[in-house]
Ligand binder design. Structure first.
Ligand code: PAX
Length: 122
């Protein structure tokens, strides 16, 4: 397992919980998954689907990423996700998040051999 794949799993995978309307979910998860170290990460998405299903997005056709690279891939089906967005008044180190559970297709960037997700593009 490369460092990029491990970072992706830490930041974006939460297979074992359902989309969580509890407003504490993001405050707790963003801290637990180390995205409030040094600065509050402004936006982060957790995916509540099996890791295999997210890795399989890499076999969908290549599409252009926001940064212009062509190693992005969009999920065929919509997935259960929770978006965590920093609240307006939030000040480091007291990172406070809005928690928004939803279902949508996600786009990931994949690299390496094995070719696995390393970045969430949207
Ligand atoms: P990242 O740092 O952007 O990318 P993220 O996905 O968790 O992390 P390292 O060595 O870690 O720096 N990589 C790529 N990045 C972008 N595009 C392509 N094609 C690509 N290919 C490989 C993690 C690593 O992936 C490498 C990149 O060099 C990094 O390597 O999003 C900002 C963050 O917000 C998240 C997703 C991003 O974090 P933005 O503004 O750049 O699109 N995020 C964003 C989210 O979680 N949910 C959302 O809905 C959106 C919009």
């Amino acid at each position: 397992q490369g460092p990029g794949a491990m970072k992706f799993q830490r930041q974006h995978m939460d297979s074992n919980s359902r989309p969580n309307p509890n407003s504490n979910y993001c405050d707790q998860m963003m801290k637990k998954r180390k995205m409030t170290v040094g600065a509050c990460k402004p936006l982060n998405t957790f995916v509540h689907e099996p890791l295999k299903d997210v890795e399989d997005i890499c076999i969908q056709r290549n599409i252009r990423c926001k940064n212009g690279q062509n190693n992005c891939h969009k999920s065929k089906s919509s997935m259960r996700v929770t978006d965590c967005r920093l609240t307006n008044g939030s000040r480091y180190p007291n990172c406070k998040y809005h928690t928004s559970p939803t279902k949508r297709q996600i786009t990931v960037a994949c690299v390496g051999n094995p070719y696995v997700p390393v970045h969430l593009d949207g």
